[in-house]
Design a protein around this ligand. Sequence first.
Ligand code: GLC
Length: 732
Amino acid sequence: APVEARVEDLLSRMTLEQKCNQMRGFFENPNMDSYMYDTKEDTELGIPGFMFVDGPRGVRRGNATAFPVGMARGSTWNEDLEYLVGIVMGNETKAKGTDCLLAPCMNLVKDPHGGRTAETYGEDTWQVGRMAVAFVEGVQSEGAMACAKHYAANSDENQRHIKNSVVDLRTLNEIYLPHFKMVATEADVASFMTCYNRVNGQYGCENQYLVREKLKGEWGFDGFVVSDWVATTPAAVGVFPLVSGNLPQIPVIDLLNFTDLPYNPTTQSCLVAGLDVEMPFPAVYQSSEITPLVESGIVPESLIDDAVRRILRMKFEYGMMDNPRTVNEQFVLTPEHISLARAVEQEAIVMLKNHDILPLDVSGIKSIAVIGPAADDKGRLGDHGSSNAQPGDDKIITTLAGIKNKVGSGVTVKYDNGSDPAAAAELARTCDAAVVVVGRDYTEESEGKDLSTLALSDPQPALINAVGAANKNTVVVLITASVVTMNEWIANAPAILMAWYPGMEGGNAIADIIFGDANPSGKLTITFPKNEADLPPSDSNELDMVYSYYHGYRYFDKNNLEPLFPFGYGLSYTTFEYSNMKVDKSVIGLDGKVKVSVDVKNTGDVAGAEVVQLYIGYEGSAVDRSVKDLKGFDKVFLQPGEKKTVTIEVAAENVSYYSTGLGKFVVEPITYDVYVGASSRDIRETGSFRISENQAEIDGGSQSGAKTPGFELFALFAAIGAAALLMGKRRK
Ligand code: GLC
């Protein structure tokens, strides 16, 4: 029978108690890991419980393929590659005998101090949304469910369980929701996870605007909504042990001294808002809480039925009712999966600086120094929180190991952990080249804890300066997932690679780039400021965190600030030339689309990949608009001398603004500037198009070259004006 018929049939046979059992985790299972991640099986009705499993960089259950973190994968700007990552993670989720992967994490990087920056894809809603859609489609093509998290405006970690994100409705709808809407409406994601924090005063798990009105109402989401773990008991979070790995930084809330402890969600508020599953154990969704509300009529049973329908719908759609779970470890950590982790990191690495150092020519090197605290540390795959997927230490390739693998026995590789910069410099002085591997680890940036500074911790700046002074062929490799300010040492670093938390194959991929076996194509998806003071002011210890309309490149544009490295920036071993941009229509209607095409040529002598970015600007808008917004991108792979035409489509609805007065998006009949380039600050071609309500204009709008079609309209208006003057008539 069709899924909906099976859902209704099964629902009609369920008692209230059986329905409630579908909606919560449970304590009974003594195995800490699975008890925290399962809902109860109904043996009488033959309904298996959910088995959830983290996380965004790999399956956190036993050993599994540990990919580069989300920020690394976001920096590939390669949707096809992220789809493949989704396929592998979906495959390994099923192979582990679990049903729903608690990923992608798609929080926007509002401020690079955010402790969970690593897990997401970047600062911009369009770029994050496209990468998340690709990932979800990959995971779910393997029959595993994905879970879009953390919904929404969840970009701060300190006191995360009780924080309140204050975000006006225009900012919420234009900046913090579109990427979630994409995975709900385009990728048909099976589940959403609500955030710990409050959004405009209501916790994610009880937020009627976010869940009932937007997600389930306006967007028509038909999957289920699960709480974040212990999110329904925020005031008590310090009491329950958080078993998602050793998170020393989770600030255990001192219940005795915490004065303005905020309220807790209630059974009623969560049911009314549309929370379908409470994890990991019943607090608000205990039967003793739900039953009286339903029996007294305060909460109609139809709300329970809606929740259970969604749960059963996904269990039927994803085969849980028909196919017994099987564990197939032989499908985990396969050579193909591991080689994909390496390929992803090759495309994730962003070459930030290269003063004719890279690529190193291994035939010209007899010795190389590999120096620094992150050079041979297997604990730097990311934080040790819920996303801490591990492949088994024997499978982790550090930068030191990767360089040794690369150069072979003909080159002497010398290692120093960099704790003594002077000694490290002496070692570097004796070698033909030096690679300084620095960054952060889970004690500095992690779930539950925001970064306190964007500078590298001591003695890393001194180490870079000492080694850079001792050896002119010095390469700095950054192992972290967020911005690093570099004023103290950038002058002594002739080459800088941002490698992020690079995954289990990180060392091999870093060596591939350093020695030129791979050409860097990564581009930043977060803005690197020169100084922390250039960022929007923010105190991550505030309980009320304002989410403003501008952050990242849009903030830097609006405030005429010069970033250290702009959004969308990344160097290559080759060069690319842009030409012949065309906008296929000069005028479109309120529901129209334009196709922007541009030729890109590899003008260097090695193969490479370019991320063509399309930004839109606004002329004469009725409201304040950004200088430009990313509204499309495409990655193109080119052999030396090869030229390809890249075409990016822009729909009118995607350049609209949210009117809080009207409570909806508005498409303005104005002129839109089209900026196409290699970064947000490296625009190579410009053009424009208009949106009009006038059908004659729309019909008249034709193909135009790179010149601004506004010129034609100007000529038209001039002619009309001249005719009117001649006729002595003027528009009043
Ligand atoms: C954690 C995280 C969430 C994770 C969940 C289960 O606290 O916020 O991302 O999926 O709990 O581990």
